[in-house]
Design a protein. Structure first.
Length: 122
């Protein structure tokens, strides 16, 4: 089973502020992954996204994919999402360290608390 990660980006040079959800799968793409990723992106939009944020994007990273399966699975879905494959040998070098993961989780927890406070004030 994959794990969904939510990352808020704030790139000042490009003036990009928004969320990205990404899921790393240890197996080949399956059509039901598209619906699940669409759900995650929409959940972030409903719970976390601010009115001035750019659209949330979703990225699914799988060990392999059939392009026809991917195209048919995403046909009719307007949510900005994509699918990519990875090279099992090089992916270890690209993964974040344990410390980086802890920092990201702490940031996410802070953002979730702030969002809950805003929702409760409404």
């Amino acid at each position: 089973m994959g794990k969904v990660n939510i990352h808020r980006t704030s790139e000042l040079e490009a003036n990009i502020i928004g969320y990205a959800t990404y899921e790393l799968k240890a197996k080949a793409f399956e059509p039901e992954f598209a619906g699940k990723l669409n759900y995650y992106v929409n959940a972030v939009d409903e719970v976390m996204k601010q009115p001035d944020d750019n659209p949330t994007i979703g990225l699914l990273i799988c060990s392999n994919m059939n392009k026809a399966d991917v195209q048919w699975s995403f046909k009719g879905i307007t949510t900005p999402m994509g699918v990519a494959t990875y090279n099992n040998i090089r992916i270890k070098d690209m993964l974040p360290t344990e410390e980086q993961l802890k920092e990201r989780m702490e940031l996410l927890q802070k953002e979730l608390r702030a969002t809950k406070r805003l929702i409760n004030k409404s």
